[in-house]
Structure formats: C-alpha cells, structure tokens
Design a protein around this ligand. Structure first.
Ligand SMILES: NC(=O)c1ccc[n+]([C@@H]2O[C@H](COP(=O)([O-])OP(=O)(O)OC[C@H]3O[C@@H](n4cnc5c(N)ncnc54)[C@H](OP(=O)(O)O)[C@@H]3O)[C@@H](O)[C@H]2O)c1
Length: 286
C-alpha cells in the first residue's frame, strides 16, 4: 500500500487508516471481531488508529487498548478530548490513557471544533490547549491535533493561532460541494506542512454503494492518510483491496461521480455540516 509523509513529524503512514469509532457494540461489532480487525489491519501495514474519549462511553478506546497492550510499538494512536476546559481535558486524557493501556498517545486531538466560539474556548486561558501543551511537555502526548468537519474557516483560523501538528477534517466527495475542506483548507495546510487526515470518506455510510470510488476520490486529494470507519471485517478487507491497488480517479470518472452524488448533497445527508447552511447556525452530530 502507498505510504505518505505525515506532515513534519518524520513519520509515514499507509494511505488507508483505521477509524475505530464503529468497532463497538453500538454498531453491531463484537469485541472479538473488533480485536480481529485491529490485528488484521496491523498485519496489513496499517498503523494509524483514530479513536476518542467520547466514543461509546470509552468502548472504542478500551478495545484498541486490548491490542495496544501487546502491539503498542507498531501502533500510532490518535485519541481526542471532548472538553474545552484545561482541567476537565486533563481528566479525560488520564481516562483515555488508562483505557488504551498505555502511558502516552501519539496524537491528542481537540475534538470536533465546529465554530469560532468553540475555538475561542479551547485556546483561551484555562482552555484545553493548555492541558495539551503540558501533557506534551510531560511526554503523555507526542503531537497536538484538532478536528473539524463543519466549516474549514475554523480550522484555518486554528492554524493561525497554534502550530498544530495535524488536522483531521471532512474530505468526502460530498464535502467537495459545500464548505469544502478540499478546496479551502488543504492548500493552507499543505503550504504550512501540516499533516491532514481525511474523514467522512463514506459519508457516514451514505456512499457505501460507491465505496471504491468514494475512497479513491479522497485518497486522490493531497492528504497524508484517510481514516475510514468500519464495523466488520468485510468492509476492512474491501477497503484494503481498494487502497492496495489505488489509482486516483481519472477526470472522466471524477466527473461521473460528481454527477452521481450531487443529488445527495443536502443537510439531511451531511449532518456534520451546519444544519442551516445559509445562516451557519444549528448543528450537529459527532
Ligand atoms: N469530529 C471528529 O473528529 C470525528 C467525527 C466522526 C468520526 N471521526 C472518526 O472518523 C472515522 C470515520 O468515520 P466517519 O464519520 O468519517 O464515517 P465514514 O468513514 O464516512 O463512514 C463509515 C461507514 O461507512 C460504511 N463503510 C465503510 N467501509 C465500507 C465498505 N467497504 N463498504 C460499504 N460500506 C462501508 C460503514 O457503514 P455501515 O456500517 O452503516 O455499513 C461505516 O460504518 C471514525 O471511525 C472516527 O474515528 C472523527
């Protein structure tokens, strides 16, 4: 599988990475299958795993931890903090580390920063960013990251305020059409050498019937790697097959795909964008 540089970190990762949100009971995935998938992904050379403190009350982190216990050195673990408050964030990090059965995470992400107000909270005095800097100084966190899938202007502003090592953002073909991270954010991140991790590749499952083309579209963007949420082994194997034989969409294929998905571009299909697109209020879904 093709590998790409991860910003300025000196690391490289396979273009396909593992979104661990869905390998939980809530999504019909048993612990046995989840562990089998994580081990299988590692055996196939996928090292990058994305999870979060808030996913399924910790079950996603706990399951990753059951593999990390044995294979920590092979894994790059990115987890996220939900709180915007320094002290609460610190508590969430300690819980994450305990569930992940490790004493450090490779990346700690400010989770789902959807508005300038949210960004203000976490970058304010006493905000979660202070907890991240302290934890990095102490070695509990190796890199500091931020995620967002609503409005690229927020992540552009975030990079002005702090030298985040990476950004996780929405890069599906559906996202191409409205508040586009591909159009607006990627040129900024690439110019700064910030690693970008793509998500929403399958449009939360709305693009399942087009999974191969949806993945090829996102992998054709100038990102470091893409995390796909998977809840069974069949999806993992299918996505690995696409990534292993990855070729960017041709111009004709891309145009055809744009035509096919354009009718799907609506607030109902893209709940991660602002609900009232014109007014930029409302929202939102993790
Ligand atoms: N703000 C944030 O930072 C944030 C927010 C959300 C997610 N995430 C992360 O991003 C990861 C990816 O999640 P996402 O929200 O971007 O969703 P996504 O990857 O766009 O969609 C995941 C869904 O796509 C379907 N799928 C995946 N591979 C498939 C295949 N080969 N064939 C058919 N269907 C397939 C599955 O749906 P079915 O199971 O329904 O079939 C799967 O549950 C998560 O695991 C999580 O780690 C981060």
């Amino acid at each position: 599988m093709e590998h790409r540089a991860f910003g300025k970190t000196g690391e490289t990762f396979a273009i396909l990475s593992f979104g661990a949100q869905r390998m939980v009971d809530e999504h019909g995935c048993s612990e046995e299958e989840a562990l089998e998938m994580v081990n299988y992904a590692l055996d196939k050379g996928m090292r990058y795993f994305d999870t979060a403190w808030i996913y399924s009350f910790g079950q996603s982190e706990t399951r990753l931890g059951k593999v990390a216990r044995h294979r920590r050195e092979e894994m790059w673990i990115a987890t996220k903090v939900w709180s915007r408050d320094r002290d609460e964030a610190r508590g969430q990090l300690e819980e994450s580390l305990s569930r992940l059965q490790t004493d450090y995470v490779n990346e700690w992400r400010m989770h789902n920063v959807w508005s300038m107000e949210e960004l203000d909270k976490l970058t304010a005095r006493g905000g979660a960013l202070e907890a991240a800097i302290r934890a990095r100084d102490e070695g509990m966190v190796r890199h500091i990251s931020i995620s967002g899938h609503t409005d690229p202007r927020v992540q552009i502003e975030a990079l002005e305020r702090f030298p985040f090592d990476s950004v996780l953002c929405a890069c599906s073909i559906l996202d191409h059409f409205i508040f586009s991270f591909a159009e607006e954010f990627l040129p900024v991140a690439n110019a700064k050498g910030v690693a970008v991790v793509g998500m929403k590749v399958m449009g939360l499952g709305a693009l399942a019937h087009l999974y191969d083309k949806a993945l090829r579209y996102t992998l054709g963007l100038p990102i470091s790697t893409a995390i796909v949420g998977m809840d069974n082994m069949g999806q993992l194997q299918d996505n690995i097959a696409v990534a292993e034989s990855f070729q960017p969409l041709t111009d004709e294929e891309r145009l055809q795909l744009f035509r096919e998905v354009l009718p799907m571009v609506s607030p109902e299909t893209l709940p991660w964008k602002a609900e009232k697109w014109g007014q930029k209020v409302g929202w939102n879904k993790r």
